[in-house]
Design a binder for this molecule. Structure first.
Ligand SMILES: C[S@@+](CC[C@H](N)C(=O)[O-])C[C@H]1O[C@@H](n2cnc3c(N)ncnc32)[C@H](O)[C@@H]1O
Length: 220
């Protein structure tokens, strides 16, 4: 009989599921050894407890399942590029984790341009993690995420060390050579001002969590 770990290891994981949170381990290519990104980002269980949560670009679903484990009342995980589009990945990891965790996380294969209050509804908390810089139209993407957010939008992204007296998004043609799906990357002020000025958020906290990545909490 094949062991559980060998079934897990047969899947090409993006996310590193850790034993501490989920009771099983995957060798995902993303993440920092022996650190949980959710801790570095300042995620707290109370952000998710009894909340409805939408995870845009969920891929293997670590953050969808994390929200569920923290007591979310409903979680909808969405993706397209990695679940059925032209993407780098598949839904195999998500489906395996879903079954293993006996999860009630709902799923919808939908591309960001199709995400509207009519197509998915609205949610207390929306996760927009690692998606922004993949979008040819980052403002449109943020506005679509904002339109389905009732209270809190959490954005995780690359950022550029540019003049912080100006709100800037830099087009990164050199990143297109590394990964053709990468397009725009903001400075901290750029993301803050766009969320406050063009997406309807009243309180926007943006901070770097590594040398070139930011975490942002935007509240309506
Ligand atoms: C770098 S992965 C991030 C996955 C996960 N959210 C995380 O933070 O670890 C980028 C995700 O965005 C999704 N994605 C890329 N382009 C997208 C688009 N145009 N619309 C919706 N999702 C997209 C990919 O399928 C993938 O799941």
């Amino acid at each position: 009989m094949t062991s559980l770990q060998s079934q897990i290891d047969a899947i090409p994981w993006f996310h590193h599921f850790d034993k501490e949170t989920f009771g099983f381990e995957t060798k995902g290519i993303k993440g920092i050894p022996n650190r949980r990104e959710v801790d570095l980002w300042g995620f707290k269980p109370e952000m998710f407890k009894d909340k409805t949560v939408l995870d845009i670009g969920a891929w293997d679903g670590y953050f969808s399942f994390y929200a569920e484990a923290m007591g979310a009342s409903r979680v909808l995980a969405t993706d397209h590029f990695c679940w059925g589009g032209d993407g780098w990945g598949t839904k195999a990891g998500f489906d395996f984790a879903h079954q293993l965790l006996k999860s009630k996380v709902e799923t919808l294969e939908i591309d960001l341009p199709a995400i509207t209050p009519e197509s998915v509804g609205t949610f207390d908390v929306v996760l927009f993690l690692g998606v922004l810089y993949h979008l040819p139209d980052p403002l449109g993407g943020l506005q679509r995420a904002a339109a389905v957010t009732n209270d809190l939008l959490i954005v995780e992204s690359t950022f550029e060390k540019l003049d912080e007296t100006k709100a800037l998004f830099e087009y990164k043609p050199e990143r297109l050579r590394e990964d053709y799906t990468n397009h725009w990357s903001p400075n901290l002020k750029g993301l803050r001002d766009v969320l406050a000025g063009l997406c309807g958020f009243h309180q926007v906290d943006v901070r770097p969590w590594s040398a070139d990545r930011l975490i942002c909490y935007a509240r309506k």
